[in-house]
Design a protein around this ligand. Structure first.
Ligand code: ZN
Ligand code: ZN
Length: 373
């Protein structure tokens, strides 16, 4: 396991807290469930808290406050600040500052959860060990102008303890007495904190490890449908790193991105506005550029073959694909320059053209490099 060279110390508060949450979630919560089971009330409370705190991180902390990918009225900001605090992931000022540095320095030393320092570091190590000197909060001046954000930074721990842990216990008590209180604390409180935290941590670790890179290979971020299922749509991390100010992470209509749908719904009832979208043409250009990079890489691989006949036919096939890619790229560049609005059908046509070229490249790549006898 590789750790950063910079001086570091154990952050005892974070370490002890995460240890206790993990122990209670993995030992005490199952024992409780074994003895008392889970009634509809406890299940409803657990689901509500997972959705409210999880989405407050993805919709609020991430897409709204860190990336300003849309504007939101105060009820949305207040809700996501209160329930975001209940995820025990620090105040939004700290979270957004770390996250903005992550985007600015992805895969490098100044990236707080730099995956090149290893999976463990990106997942949780960066929380357990302090990075010294602690980086300044010099990239969140805009957030400090929001009175609600400043209020949350002052009270986030109190909110987290009262609304995040005590309230489920009180509600459980009102519903079914002391056993209900224990259940509320352990299930909607502790187990939920554990689940939401681990899913958020996966965005920094697994989303930089598994999946595809259809938009760019400039950094380690990857797109993964599986990861989108456990991160409220944040699994399309390759797209997100390429176009971080888009309110969508899963940009294709078929992508599973509940956070995107929630923001869109909020905009329809007047609670969100100014939703930022990258134009389709720019997205297609990024995909074409990435396809060209793949074709070039394949060309270099083919050139290393000793089998002259195979090399010649594979090179010809790749040159034809490259020609198609270049023609498409130039035409799209012209469309962007002339600010032509693409129709839905045209976008689908471009998308299927890119998919087809990529599958030809993948077919060639699947062929083993023949070696002359
Ligand atoms: Zn990332
Ligand atoms: Zn981001």
């Amino acid at each position: 396991m590789k750790f950063p060279e910079i001086p570091k110390r154990v952050d005892w508060i974070n370490t002890v807290f995460l240890l206790m949450i993990s122990l209670l979630a993995l030992v005490a919560a199952p024992i409780y469930l074994w003895h008392h089971g889970m009634d509809g009330f406890q299940l409803g409370m657990f689901i509500f808290y997972v959705l409210a705190t999880g989405m407050s991180i993805t919709l609020g902390y991430h897409r709204l406050f860190s990336h300003l990918s849309f504007k939101a009225k105060w009820p949305v900001r207040l809700f996501t600040l209160v329930f975001g605090a209940c995820a025990f992931e620090n105040s939004v000022i700290n979270w957004a500052s770390d996250h903005r540095r992550h985007h600015k320095h992805t895969d490098h030393d100044d990236d707080p959860y730099d995956i090149s320092k290893g999976f463990f570091w990106a997942h949780i190590g960066w929380i357990l060990f302090k990075t010294l000197p602690e980086p300044p909060l010099d990239n969140v001046a805009d957030l400090r102008r929001d009175k609600l954000v400043v209020w949350q930074a002052k009270w986030d721990k109190v909110i987290a303890l009262t609304v995040g842990l005590m309230l489920p216990a009180v509600l459980g008590y009102l519903h079914s007495g002391p056993i209900g209180a224990l259940g509320g604390f352990l299930i909607a409180g502790v187990l939920r904190v554990f689940v939401v935290q681990q899913c958020t941590f996966f965005i920094n670790s697994l989303c930089h490890t598994i999946g595809s890179q259809p938009y760019s290979t400039k950094c380690s971020a990857r797109d993964s449908f599986v990861m989108s299922l456990v991160t409220f749509g944040e699994g399309y991390h390759n797209y997100h790193h390429e176009f971080q100010h888009d309110y969508r992470n899963g940009v294709k209509p078929w992508n599973f991105d509940p956070t995107k749908w929630a923001i869109w719904c909020l905009s329809k009832v007047g609670l969100a506005s100014n939703l930022r979208r990258v134009p389709h043409e720019k997205i297609l250009l990024a995909e074409l550029q990435e396809a060209r990079r793949r074709a070039d890489a394949e060309m270099a691989r083919v050139a290393a073959s000793d089998d002259a006949a195979w090399r010649e036919s594979a090179t010809k096939a790749l040159e034809a694909l490259n020609e198609r890619l270049t023609a498409s790229y130039q035409e799209l560049e012209r469309i962007v320059a002339e600010k032509v609005q693409l129709s839905r059908e045209a976008i689908d046509r471009w998308s299927s053209e890119i998919r087809e070229i990529l599958s030809h490249i993948a077919e060639l790549k699947a062929q083993r490099l023949p070696v002359a006898a």
